[in-house]
Each structure stands twice: as C-alpha cells, then as structure tokens.
Design a protein around this ligand. Sequence first.
Ligand code: UD1
Length: 430
Amino acid sequence: MEQYIIKGGHPLVGEVEIGGAKNAALAILAAAIMTDETVLVDNLPDVNDINVLLDAISGIGANVHRVDRHTVKINGKGINDVNIEYDYIKKIRASYYLLGALLGKYKRAEVALPGGCNIGSRPIDQHIKGFRALGADVDIEYGKIMAEADRLVGKHIYFDVVSVGATINVMMAATMADGLTIMENVAKEPHVVDVANFLNSMGANIRGAGTDVIKIRGVQRLHSTEYSVIPDQIEAGTFMFAAAATKGDVTVLNVIPKHLEATIAKLVEIGCEVEEFDDAVRVVSKGDLTSTHVKTLPYPGFPTDMQPQIGVTLALCQGTSTITESIFENRFKYLDELARMGANVKIEGNSATIEGVKKFTGARVSAPDLRAGAALCIAGLATDGITIVDDIVYIQRGYERFEDKLRGIGGIIEKVETEKDIQKFKLKVS
Ligand code: UD1
C-alpha cells in the first residue's frame, strides 16, 4: 500500500500550476456521450476518478481516445449498452452523471447506486425527483437505479435541497427533453456553470446557470465541440491553505480568483496576506495566525470540500475556532487523526471546536477521504517531525501529482511503499 512520508516544518515557497476541475470534468465527460459526433475535452486533471469514468464510458461502447494526459476525444455513437456496472460506480460517485446523460440521449439508463467518498449518507432523492418530473419511470431494484421514458417533457422543478449532483444530472436529461424545463433552487457552483457552458457549446439551450434558476429549452440533438475545463478551485484552495499552515509564500497559477472568494476571505480573516492577479493568487503567511469561525455552505459559501484544509490550519491558529459542517455529516474524521498529532479538538454533532496549538508532532495517520487526506498532508508539512499518511489512494482520486507539486514549492514529501523506503527517507532527511 502506498503512503506519503513527510518531513515538515519548512515554509512552502514558490509557484504551483493548478489543473482542471475534477468535479466539472467528471460531469462534462459524462455529458460528452450525449452526441454521436466527436467531442474534444481539454484541461482534464489526470487523476484516478477521471480515468475510472473514462473506463466506464468506453465500457458501454463509446470511443475514448486519450490524446494526451490532459486531453481526450470521445465519440458516443457506438454506445450499445445503457447499463453502468457496479464496479465502476462503486469506485466513483460521479458515474451517476451517466444516468442523466443516457436518459437524456436514449431515454433509458441503468446505473448501480453510487459509492464515492465516505463523508455522509449522500442520498440521491433529488436526482430521482427531477427525472420523474421530466416523465421518466424511475425504480431502484437490485442495487440499481433504472430510469426509462417514452419521451421526456420539460417541467417546472423545485429542488428541496441545493444539490450540485442533482442540478447537473437533471440539467443533462432536460437538455434533450421536449419543451421548457425550469429548475429552481439549483446549485450555483462554478462547475454547474462549466457543465452548462459545455452543453451549450454542443448546441444545448441552457440559461441562468450560476443563479438560483436554470431554464433549459430542450433540443433534439447535440453536436461536436472542443472544450477546456475550468481550473480546480479546491486544488487551488488546498495549496493556499498549505501556504498558510506552513507560514509560506505560494502563488497558485491558472486559477479564476472569483471562484476562490470564500477561501480568500477566510485566509485574510486569519491574518494571511492575499494578492489577486488576473489568473493567479498569492498567499503569504507571516507571524501568528488567529482563529476564526467557519460554516460550510453551497457556493458562494465556504465549500465543504475545503473544510478539512482550513480545519488543519485553524488547529495551528491562536485562539478558539469553530467549524460548522452543514453539507455532509461525516466530515470530521480527519480531526481524530489530527488529534493524534497534538491538535486540540472537540466534536459535537456537526460542529467542531478547535483550540489552536503552537505546533503538531509527527505521527502515523490515515486519510479518511480525499480532501481530508490532502489536509493531513498539509498538517505533516507544517510539522517539524516525520508524518506518515496511509490510504493515499483517496488523495490520488482527486489530486494530480500531488507530491510532485508540493515538492516544487519546497515540500519534503515522498510516496513510499515499504519499510525500507521509509528508512531510506528518514536517513536522507535526518
Ligand atoms: C458534489 C461534489 C463534492 C462536494 C459536493 C458539495 C462531485 C463529484 N462531488 O457532491 O465533492 O462536496 O458536491 O459541494 O462533484 N442531497 C440530498 N438529496 C440529493 C442530493 C443531495 O439530500 O438527491 C444532499 C446531500 O446529502 C448533501 C447536500 O444535498 O447534504 C449537497 O450534496 P450535493 O451537492 O448533491 O453533493 P454531490 O453532488 O454528491
């Protein structure tokens, strides 16, 4: 099993290039099969989740041609199966986007109930509500969601909770429904807008993405396009908090600063200097940082996917901080690991109280999920001693060349597999 071993205690300094947004790319790749013409998607992150989804897409008969590490051509003409097998879906939650894509295009889809990161119960009732509203029969049998319609017809749909997944999934199906769909109380995340822009570039007629109401006039067919995925705001935010926690000076390149507003606001609140450029943001962390309060919310609120990264940083800030996690109920597991490194935390329900400490001590910890895993690496980088992070397979699902990028800004981190590798690293850094 691969692990990261980290010798921390050094400020991270330098520039780091941010890749394409994983969560936008996953939905865009699923949507790419909705035309029989060839679609080129660029600025893909080369991470496990993307590769698994591409396997699932080629598994149902689409032609998937990897042009290079970050570019793929997809042609959905040869699709001969609308059944997404359990193995794929178990590995990545986002294969549920194939439900909306297949239902829209073929009016039929069968997808096993999704797995993904273990951060909460993650129901999909709002996806199903949307598909049913468009006229599909949706049943759950034998662990699969089966959706089928003679025709999909545009409807007025009100979502009971703001869900990124339901917004994108129902938007995809409605793109090829007859007539007008109005979706209310939708998610406004940058990746919702990116998927809408992508579909529009294929000939869809979607208006209002990025606001609370999305209007979709269905079209009969979609056509080829070439599209570049937006930068990953969560990858960028992860490096920005790594700069804060290690008292560093890091510039994230190839970002859209507007998408990082909530992250930037919190960094400024705790005492970092943040400089915004057209497509870059510099974070400088000097002296003592101070506590703050955080509540995760749908965009433009503070992202739940940034909660562990800020949590680790707050554990090193002077004073008492609180975090309220209002999106997923099971996102504090990293704090138990952090406590093993000396953090002073108390969890009650969906709130955590963090009493800042001067420093952590190195320990062997385990990544409970993708973002929490990255956050524990930040903790290791801010710690004088040696930290070993287990279960890094979670981190590899969503961060491309994570250790290389950290090394590029001065992080001492290596991927190891054996006790011998660990000893070698310890000798090298001692
Ligand atoms: C997506 C992201 C994930 C991020 C999350 C919130 C992907 C692959 N994953 O997940 O990284 O943390 O957005 O920004 O893009 N809910 C329901 N019923 C539903 C759907 C959701 O009650 O049918 C609830 C969820 O339990 C959660 C909230 O709505 O409390 C938000 O979930 P949602 O936005 O759907 O998250 P995902 O799309 O699964």
